[in-house]
Design a protein around this ligand. Structure first.
Ligand SMILES: NC(=O)c1ccc[n+]([C@@H]2O[C@H](COP(=O)([O-])OP(=O)(O)OC[C@H]3O[C@@H](n4cnc5c(N)ncnc54)[C@H](OP(=O)(O)O)[C@@H]3O)[C@@H](O)[C@H]2O)c1
Length: 346
């Protein structure tokens, strides 16, 4: 039997639970890759934590209301202590977004890398605020950090550019990156109130823990910052990116525009200029002829401008937590090939 890859998970909400369900559902496929993932610890903010070096019973964890229901002993610990004590090879960080400085997730990620644990995260905060530092920290401690699900949910964007576009320069991009805003706009066009549309986005698990981070453009601003840093290689922090949101639009103006065949979208844009990059997140009224206007509901997508393939459009139809969880799983699989170095340190 394959040696297990041990995962410590921070955050057991929509994405954390979808990830646990996916591990259960994909055991045969993982086995055929010679892989066996075992979750040895789960930490949450208000629903307790559990550590079990033999592997947590995920069915029980998913069924439990709180994690302390399945914990045999031990008292409450802080997140950093969890990272220090959980016996793991990879830290899976899927806790809530803090769009202002990425904490406390950034601290968890730094602590894990300093312990030579590789990290997989769907949390934009740490990457947007500290991408170069985290990559450098990982290199210093012979481990890696992957973050496919931070942008376009599980859609393989970073891995596609990294692994399939050698020598290509990304010159710029336009994209619809925030599913919640896109869905809310479409639901309002269909006659729903903004309040009800936001509640619907929360019900299906795609909204941030605090939905104003979606509607006011923070989520898209962080994603834009990540894309600029990773794909365009320019250090542009979130605050250097102009941020707009959909909150100021009235229901009547959204519906009136739709009747005229035009649709409001929250669009992220970045383009190289001499000496840097210009980037923004703004509400645009798009005509039907614009490819981005085809991206509706929870779908998201991006048009990359490259110096090899000209424009390349990537979109994902109606993603939710399952697709984000798939991106996390795919990153864990990618990392598992490079784990022995990290494991030999324990
Ligand atoms: N939902 C999506 O479709 C999606 C898509 C792409 C990326 N993401 C990202 O994935 C992450 C998780 O999203 P989600 O939808 O799963 O959120 P969620 O359902 O609100 O769950 C968040 C989890 O994080 C835990 N948490 C909150 N604050 C914490 C802290 N300070 N320390 C440790 N744990 C903490 C929560 O604990 P409690 O259970 O005790 O509240 C909960 O278990 C977010 O960073 C989000 O931006 C989500």
């Amino acid at each position: 039997m394959a040696q297990p890859v041990r995962l410590g998970v921070i955050g057991f909400g929509n994405v954390g639970k979808a990830f646990a369900r996916m591990l259960l559902a994909r055991q045969t496929e993982l086995k055929s890759l010679g892989l066996r993932f075992v979750i040895t610890g789960i930490f949450t903010a208000r629903h307790g934590h559990v550590i079990d070096r033999k592997g947590i019973d995920l069915q029980r964890a998913l069924a439990a209301g709180n994690l302390w229901e399945i914990r045999r002993r031990g008292s409450a610990i802080a997140g950093l202590e969890f990272v220090r004590t959980c016996p793991a090879d990879i830290l899976v960080e899927v806790s809530s977004l803090n769009p202002f400085n990425g904490e406390p997730a950034l601290g968890y990620v730094k602590e894990a890398l300093a312990r030579s644990l590789s990290v997989v995260t769907a949390n934009k905060g740490p990457i947007a605020y500290a991408y170069p530092r985290l990559v450098e920290l990982a290199a210093r401690h012979h481990c890696r950090i992957l973050f496919e699900s931070t942008v376009l949910d599980g859609c393989p964007l970073f891995s596609l550019v990294r692994e399939t576009l050698p020598t290509t320069h990304i010159i710029g991009f336009r994209g619809i990156l925030n599913s919640t805003s896109n869905l809310v706009l479409q639901k309002i066009e269909e006659g729903m109130s903004m309040k009800r549309a936001i509640a619907y986005a929360q019900e299906i698990g795609i909204a941030e823990t605090n939905a104003s981070y979606d509607l006011d453009g923070y989520d898209a601003q962080l994603k834009t910052s990540i894309l600029v840093q990773v794909l365009l290689g320019e250090r542009l922090t979130p605050s250097q990116i102009t941020r707009g949101g959909i909150g100021h639009l009235s229901e009547s103006e959204i519906r009136a525009a739709a009747r005229r065949g035009r649709h409001y979208h929250l669009v992220s844009t970045a383009r190289r200029k001499s000496g840097g990059v210009d980037a923004s997140v703004e509400v645009h009224l798009l005509p039907r002829t614009d490819r981005l206007s085809l991206i509706s509901g929870t779908s998201n997508g991006i048009i990359l401008e490259t110096d090899t393939l000209q424009t390349l459009t990537i979109s994902e139809e109606n993603p939710g937590p399952d697709q984000t969880a798939y991106g996390v799983l795919a990153d864990c699989i990618r990392l598992s090939g490079s784990l022995p170095k990290a494991r030999s340190k324990e």
